[in-house]
Write a protein that binds this ligand. Sequence first.
Ligand code: FES
Length: 101
Amino acid sequence: MPFVKVASLSDLPVDSVIEVTLGDNLYALCNDRGTIRALSGVCAHQGGPLGQGQIANGRLMCPWHAWEFDCRTGENCDDPGARVATFEVRLEGNEILLQVP
Ligand code: FES
């Protein structure tokens, strides 16, 4: 599966998240305490925009109803069965590349 450049490191300060759109798919690109991670940008609850949420202590919080997901695993912090997909990322210099299905 190909890696696609989606952002620069300078776009994503520590403990921030941005929304990335590739085709019809939304991704939440996270800087989790200095590690770049990518999750589905669609919340497992009611489809809220996770890429517009907030990050604290390794958890990405949905802006709609405050469900929290582990940035590393995509698991819901209260119900591990309610998870969102995670995706591989790669850094090339200052560029963030996302592996897309
Ligand atoms: S849609 Fe994300 S918490 Fe409800």
